[in-house]
Design a protein around this ligand. Structure first.
Ligand SMILES: [Fe+2]
Length: 283
């Protein structure tokens, strides 16, 4: 005999051009029965908030699996075949490479050093800073769509060289030579400024790793990149998430940028992140 299932699943937009909140329950999320809807909303709205859903680490891993291919952190997890959540914190006793995460305080998308960036990140708030620590998101599809036509024509075929070291200079403008060399060992990656997705939609590819526009002089390149970042991060394309304990947020990494707002690095703020493997190369 079929059992009647009544599951809550209410979708409310949180900003005009980016972000929806889904009010639901753990069982609905873990069942996977709404996975297709969540994928569709994520692509269309960029960011989804699950207010105070309070998933445990294991539940977050299980939920991530319902949406796509679970992405392991570099070299970690895959070794013992176990999936794991990744701690985002400035506490180096919890995350030994906490310093490296400081690039996240500036607008970026994840995975600009790979051909196929991760599809999405899923982050849960486990401990909050008393002040600050919000996460900003902007919709790079909407930012492209609303650029004036003549500007679109000027930039649509440009390529941008991305390098991880550029984003590290944001938080450490005077590294030692050894630090710079270590960052530079990650190499660089040349990406289209305008990503033409399989869906037919287009988005801007910008962020803190954007070093220079290929074939353009340094000053002109910097002007264009700053102009476009300023454009894409305007309030009408953005959503600022003020975290509550137990909130979980998922964002489409391929059509958004994000950044953390400053907070006391000794506050104990702790987020747990999982990721979905990329499904489409920059093109
Ligand atoms: Fe990030």
């Amino acid at each position: 005999m079929a059992t009647a299932v009544s599951s809550r699943f209410e979708v409310v937009d949180v900003a005009p051009k980016i972000g929806s909140a889904i009010h639901t329950d753990k069982a609905t999320l873990l069942s996977g029965e709404r996975a297709k809807d969540i994928r569709e909303i994520m692509e269309r709205r960029g960011v989804i908030v699950f207010p105070e859903i309070n998933l445990t680490d294991d539940e977050q891993i299980a939920f991530t699996h319902t949406l796509g291919t679970f992405a392991h952190e570099d070299g970690e997890g895959a070794k013992d075949g176990k999936d794991s959540v990744y701690p985002i914190t400035m506490d180096s006793s919890i995350n030994p490479i906490a310093d490296y995460l400081k690039g996240a305080f500036f607008w970026h998308l994840d995975g600009t050093m790979s051909e196929k960036p991760i599809l999405a990140s899923i982050m849960s708030a486990r401990a909050l800073a008393p002040v600050g620590g919000e996460t900003d998101f902007c919709n790079t599809y909407a930012a492209w769509d609303e650029l004036p036509a003549d500007e679109k024509t000027q930039i649509e075929n440009l390529k941008v060289i991305h390098a991880m070291w550029r984003s590290q200079l944001y938080w450490k403008p005077e590294p030692t030579f050894a630090e710079l060399e270590a960052w530079m060992a990650r190499g660089s990656n040349t990406l289209p400024l305008v990503w033409k997705h399989r869906s037919g939609r287009q988005s801007l590819v910008l962020g803190a790793t954007a070093l220079e526009v290929e074939g353009m002089g340094t000053a002109e390149s910097e002007k264009l990149l700053v102009k476009l970042r300023t454009w894409a991060t305007q309030p009408q394309f953005s959503y600022r998430h003020t975290w509550k304990l137990g909130d979980m947020v998922i964002w489409d990494n391929t059509g958004t940028m994000h950044r953390a707002l400053p907070y006391d690095h000794k506050s104990g703020r702790l987020m747990m992140r999982t990721k979905l493997e990329g499904e489409e190369a920059f093109a």
